[in-house]
Ligand binder design. Structure first.
Ligand code: NAG
Ligand code: NAG
Length: 540
């Protein structure tokens, strides 16, 4: 217990030292606490130092491959990005959402115009409306915030916890951390109607994740310390949340040192190691580092559980090291740990990828005999490699079997089919099937198709897909824009590419540096050309 008290006392010092530059001054006032009895040595003496400077203008983007064409299996893809709540059966509500979206989508929208139009629209906000609209504009923080403020100003409407969280996630994603902290400050005062603090650990976790996404490890850690300021319990679970958030955005090295530095306060456990192992294995995708952690666990006497095994097996499976996969699977059986579905799925995927389809099928049988029934992911594990190797009759056989079992194909199943498709007719027919089967295309789906049609030079079909995406309520995110601009650029449509580039930047999204440079060069050349034309004309 004493350790816990000490770490918090120290963390207060850290907070008071580092918040000065970091958070908005309003927030600063709320988090500064008594700094009595603080030992002089800072608590955090490992290699990662909380950075004192805001990096809101840093150009570093999340290195996460947002829409890699990879065929990997990730069972955990969820991220808090504002929730989607589509099926509001109430048609009045739906019309109101459309009314608001019309105002928001007007071509020459400025925040002021949007605000004025919202003031005049006569719609009374409801929690469903606010959730839905925020979800639809989540990639345009200024408009989202304008709408959010408008809703909060309406009589009889006060933002719910969910509204705040959606808005904070949107702001954080666009690095408007100061504004996000201002909202948290407002929540602390109980929101519009004042009262008890509305801040929950989840609120801070959203901030932690957003800082991790921009690799601001120092701020992420500071925010973790702020748990205490809000009187939240800070147990090992919260620490694990912090480690997971760091790892999710590839700050695995930092997470690893943080875990080791704090081993006196948060004892090393299988779970902590699994988080780091997963970071190296499946986020950074380095089997070498994964193996290092694997042995580190062994050397420190940390028990490896079935999750550890499935993590390392997935890693080797991804890097096509089938031999290692089989070796570790055998080791797992030998240790007497019962493999779970995830382990089986990874091994099946690995076997199928190396063309050992019969073996993969055998393993599928044996997992069933052990009472673990295959799920959609198991089938995807087979379908994806089969699609890739163009074994279409086998693929369809497996797909039919999947349907017969009543397993719903997932977006990954369809993505595999898209990847294997060779004509636009095929693509549109798969898309249709997907819709009919009730699997909604995601941003990933559309981005993949935008790229595909761009590669084929079918720009009309790119526009078609783009419009369908918007029509389906998916507002273009950064990856969509990147794919769109890149596609136009590759097809020599510089004028058009530039238009989307400008649109993207107007929404505060960071373009790909290389394309940006080349478009800027093109624009400069064009302006020069126009200038010299003008000069020539006036000469004659
Ligand atoms: C995946 O997510 C679920 C639920 O959010 C969680 O319980 C599980 O531990 C996660 N698995 C991994 C490997 O991160
Ligand atoms: C777009 O797709 C349609 C339907 O498959 C196809 O007939 C058409 O040729 C494609 N458009 C272009 C510009 O290639």
């Amino acid at each position: 217990m004493w350790n816990f008290r000490r770490i918090f006392a120290r963390s207060l010092l850290l907070l008071s030292l580092s918040h000065r530059n970091s958070f908005s001054s309003r927030t600063y006032r709320t988090v500064v606490c008594s700094t009595q009895n603080i030992p002089s040595k800072p608590f955090y003496s490992c290699s990662i130092k909380p950075s004192g400077f805001p990096i809101f203008h840093s150009s570093s983007t999340s290195k996460r491959e947002e829409h890699s064409d990879s065929d990997e299996l990730d069972e955990n893809q969820s991220e808090y990005e504002g929730e989607r709540l589509l099926v509001s059966k109430d048609s009045d509500k739906k019309n109101e959402v459309e009314l608001i979206m019309d105002i928001i989508r007007r071509p020459d929208r400025s925040c002021i115009a949007v605000r004025n139009n919202l003031e005049k629209c006569g719609v009374i906000p409801s929690p469903e409306l606010v959730t839905e609209v925020l979800s639809q504009v989540r990639n345009d923080w200024e408009i989202a915030f304008t709408f959010f403020l408008w809703a909060g100003n309406q009589p009889n409407y006060a933002h719910s916890l969910r509204d705040y969280h959606s808005m904070i996630a949107i702001l954080g994603k666009m690095r408007r951390f100061d504004t996000a902290w201002t909202l948290i400050d407002e929540m602390k005062r109980g929101g519009k109607n004042s009262g008890e603090s509305m801040v929950t650990p989840q609120t801070l976790l959203i901030m932690i994740r957003r800082y991790c996404a921009v690799h601001d490890v120092g701020k992420a850690i500071n925010t973790f310390y702020a748990y205490k300021q809000f009187n939240f319990e800070v147990g090992i679970d919260s620490f694990h949340d912090l480690l997971s958030a760091l790892c999710r955005y590839k700050n695995v090295k930092e997470a690893e040192s943080l875990m080791l530095c704090n081993k006196d306060v948060y004892p090393l456990t299988t779970k902590s190691f699994n988080i780091i192992l997963n970071g190296w294995c499946n986020i950074v995708c380095s089997p070498r580092e994964g193996k290092r952690i694997w042995w580190e666990m062994n050397n420190r006497g940390i028990h490896r559980d079935v999750i550890s095994y499935s993590t390392i097996i997935t890693c080797y499976s991804k890097s096509k090291e089938t031999k290692e996969v089989i070796k570790i699977f055998d080791e797992l059986i030998a240790t007497g740990i019962t493999p779970d579905r995830k382990v089986y799925n990874a091994v099946i995927h690995s076997l199928a990828k190396s063309g050992l389809v019969v073996k993969a099928r055998d393993l599928m049988k044996s997992m069933e005999e052990k009472g673990i029934s295959p799920n959609a992911i198991t089938y995807n594990s087979l379908i994806m490699p089969l699609c890739k190797s163009q074994r279409s009759s086998d693929t369809h056989e497996v797909f039919d079997e999947m349907l017969q079992r009543g397993l719903m194909p997932t977006d990954r199943t369809y993505h595999a089919f898209f990847r294997a498709s060779r004509t636009s007719e095929e693509v549109f027919s798969i898309l249709k099937k997907m819709n009919v089967m009730g699997c909604c295309p995601s941003h990933d789906t559309y981005v993949m198709l935008i790229r595909k049609f761009s590669r084929w030079g079918e720009l009309e079909n790119v526009s078609k897909i783009w419009n369908e995406m918007i029509h389906n309520g998916l507002d273009p995110d950064r990856s969509s824009y990147v794919a769109r601009v890149h596609g136009l650029f590759l097809n020599g449509m510089l004028e058009e590419a530039y238009k989307y580039h400008v649109e993207m930047k107007a929404k505060d999204m960071v373009p790909e540096p290389e394309i940006e440079e080349r478009l800027a060069a093109w624009m400069a050349g064009k302006q020069k050309g126009q200038a010299s034309m003008k000069a020539k004309c006036s000469d004659s």
